[in-house]
Design a binder for this molecule. Structure first.
Ligand SMILES: *Cc1c(COP(=O)(O)O)cnc(C)c1O
Length: 401
């Protein structure tokens, strides 16, 4: 007997068939090795331009060692939520370390960046409150906003004027107001206009919140994030970051005042109702922040940016449109989704792994190849990737002019 036998889920089969007919069905690419700059995907060795392993920490020997030591000392799992019996000394130590690193009063660690965003927004805001959100904010922010039951108003992407228009219209709102943005936007690689948003949050008395998933380990001194990048210290009430991208392991965190963190300990649902990180994850994160706080960390961030500049300049010189990107996330604009998928497939066959992104992740007609370089890429790997992308791009008529 298989589940196919029952008709209750037949509609899912129909939906999948529809996705396949529209070329919107995605097979999972499968890595048979580590998350490295060159890796094996679906049995083929490729230059990897698809991961968020910005600093190469996912396979760093120091993280690996500390992770194994934590497993030896504390075991494989915690078997409890943080509030019952799932808080070990290492969980508290990591939170203190993150708060110090971000120069915040306190920090709380969640199971993922997704739960950090969703859990925090839903805990801090309620049905009488108002959320003003950038139209390209991450899905986890959108879910958190919906869970909070607050009124949600969306401003045009990075548009301070449009944001202020909404704030003027809602000037006499009686509940709390939250102004929320991604630090670095995950599909375009552009940076939020944080100083201007902080001005607005101050002028209109909003809580200011930023999601630094793609900026932690990338922007600011030693990768301290968007607040540090712009010198907006003390102007952002809630800073979310992820431990799953540049930090090389898994998890999310929230930094802010002690009151904020203590409140989240009491009220954030993923914190209360989902088991805490296994020691291996906590150990790896501790090693990552120790590294970031050292000259080695600074060096890795510098390498990430020099690789980013080299690769971006190369793409532009070859005549590609890289959109509004200012960070290691560099889209190569293609237009039609089908063409973007064909482009991705063609370079894959020549040994370069970069995903095509189409509707509904990005708007219709804005399909692209999304590339991310890391500090772990060697120059000759980036040169080789540029060579392949150039040849295939010309053949497919994707380069401009
Ligand atoms: C990846 C991402 C998240 C989620 O982080 P995870 O730790 O992977 O759950 C949240 N926000 C943004 C902007 C992201 O890109």
């Amino acid at each position: 007997m298989t589940s196919e036998a029952r008709p209750q889920l037949q509609y899912l089969h129909t939906a999948i068939e529809e996705l396949k007919a529209q070329n919107l069905y995605h097979e999972l690419p499968i890595l048979s090795g580590e998350q490295k700059a060159v890796t094996v995907v679906n049995g083929r060795e490729v230059i990897n331009l698809s991961s968020n392993n910005y600093l190469g920490l996912a396979t760093h020997p120091k993280l690996r060692r500390t992770s194994i030591e934590a497993t030896r000392k504390f075991g494989c799992g915690t078997a409890a939520v943080r509030t019952i019996a799932g808080t070990m000394t290492i969980h508290m130590d990591l939170e203190k370390q993150i708060a110090r690193f971000k120069d915040a009063e306190a920090a709380v660690v969640f199971q993922s960046g997704f739960t950090a965003n969703a859990g925090t927004v839903a805990a801090v805001l309620g049905k009488d409150d108002l959320i003003i959100s950038d139209e390209l904010n991450h899905a986890s922010i959108i879910d958190g906003c919906r869970l909070s039951k607050a009124t949600i108003k969306i401003f045009r992407h990075r548009d301070l004027e449009d944001c202020e228009r909404i704030l003027k219209e809602t000037e006499n709102w009686s509940g709390h107001k939250l102004l929320i943005t991604d630090g670095v936007f995950s599909m375009d690689g552009d940076i939020a206009p944080l100083p201007g948003l902080c001005d607005l949050a101050e002028k209109y008395n909003c809580i200011m919140m930023i999601d630094d998933a793609h900026s932690s380990g990338v922007l600011g001194r030693g990768g301290r994030g968007t607040v540090d990048h712009f010198g907006c210290h003390g102007r952002v009430d809630i800073q979310v970051g992820t431990l799953s991208k540049a930090i090389g392991s898994m998890g999310g965190y929230v930094c802010g005042s002690r009151d904020l963190i203590e409140f989240l300990y009491q009220r954030a649902r993923p914190f209360l109702f989902s088991t805490s990180h296994p020691p291996a994850v906590v150990g790896a994160c501790q090693a990552a922040f120790t590294l970031l706080d050292s000259p080695d960390g600074e060096r890795l961030v510098k390498k990430l940016w020099s690789n980013t500049k080299f690769f971006k300049r190369g793409l532009k010189k070859l005549g590609f449109d890289t959109g509004a990107s200012e960070t290691p996330i560099t889209p190569i604009m293609v237009g039609e989704a089908a063409k973007a998928f064909e482009f991705s497939k063609a370079i894959f066959e020549e040994g370069v792994f970069a995903q095509a992104i189409g509707y509904p992740t990005v708007p219709q007609g804005k399909a692209r190849l999304r590339t991310i370089v890391t500090a772990a890429h060697k120059r000759k790997e980036l040169e080789q990737a540029l060579d392949v992308i150039s040849r295939v791009g010309q053949r497919m008529g994707i380069t401009q002019g």
